[in-house]
Design a protein around this ligand. Structure first.
Ligand SMILES: [Zn+2]
Length: 89
């Protein structure tokens, strides 16, 4: 059995589902249920909607929802993350 390192794509457990690059370490996204590489998580943390998404997740957990799927991306988040990805070496 292939280990599901990124939790999102069992056919390619070593690829980040967000940027498509190989990674050894993945972390859960705050915006949605993706398991993403650390550079993607760094970018996500600077996205315009991140603070609201993090607050929504915190509120959900405090209310007892430990399977909160995230609030998703705003269009501003999508533009920001796309631009950040283009600038990555
Ligand atoms: Zn990534």
């Amino acid at each position: 059995m292939i280990p599901r390192l990124n939790g999102s794509d069992p056919a390619h457990p070593d690829l980040c589902v967000r940027c498509g690059r190989t990674a050894r370490c993945f972390i859960g996204s705050v915006m949605n249920t993706d398991w993403i590489c650390l550079p993607c998580r760094d970018d996500e943390g600077e996205a315009p909607g991140f603070a609201a998404a993090a607050q929504a997740e915190q509120d959900a957990v405090k209310a007892g929802n430990f399977n909160f799927p995230g609030v998703g991306f705003t269009s501003a988040d999508r533009v920001f993350l796309s631009e950040r990805l283009k600038k990555r070496p």
